[in-house]
Design a protein around this ligand. Sequence first.
Ligand SMILES: [Fe+2]
Length: 295
Amino acid sequence: MKIGNRTGVRRGVEVHDFDPATATVDDLATLRRHIYHDKIVVFKEQTLDVRGFVAFGSEFGKPVAYYEPMYRHPDSDFVFVSSNIDRASSRVGVPKTGAFWHSDYQFMPEPFAVTCFYPQQLPTVGRGTYFIDMAKAYQRLAPDLRAAIENTHSLHSSRRYVKIRPSDVFRPLGEVIAEVERKTPPQRWPTVLVHPVTGERVLYVCEAFTYAIQDAAGGALPDSLLTDLLAASGQLDQSFEHDNIFVQSYEPGDLVLWDNRTLIHRALHNPGNEATESFRVTVLDEHPLTSKEAA
Ligand SMILES: [Fe+2]
């Protein structure tokens, strides 16, 4: 196994010659450290099948099956499929997923610690992922904005981005919305997480899921506070040129792991409809989402 730093606009570290079958306990401990401290680890030239990919993810935490079955791979509930490929037999996965700023499962009781992303078929151009490091975004907030969110909580819901399922056709929209609220009720998290491994403070709001901020007593704070945080962190920049934004592009064989507490992401899809398919395994680690102790 060889680990190298990435340079220029490329963030994180790059790993060559990694074979999960022969990795040592020390190798895995080193890689875990890199995930939490460097945020992105790109494993090159990987050739795993579905079962191998789940086993790979299991080395970094406990895989979780996505709650909506339509995203799951037919051979493993733990593999989430983003795909626009038309298959004669039946559809596998969901097309054009995640094209909005978010952290995976931020709207759930147990958000994932690490996301493992493994493109299977790439278009000729334009498939990548935009990222923002929300620990850096927190450090860069103006002092008054940082003070305004001290001891506050934020509310998160999937309601604006839940995808209509084939089985929802002909159902009244109100009934579908009521089901979304019942299955995925809003979650309340501190607006600033303390990362349980690195101790960094992380601004924990995203454009897709966060819809309100509350003061320490649970009182509603003005909507403009959330808008200011989204703008300052770069999430409202439609040009994607904000200093906080960086893009990860993919080469065949890349398997990318990232720290889902610290990084928010947004899929960059090919503007046309070229065939593209990606697998994802998401895992929980042994730590809580946020440490109670300030760094
Ligand atoms: Fe995602």
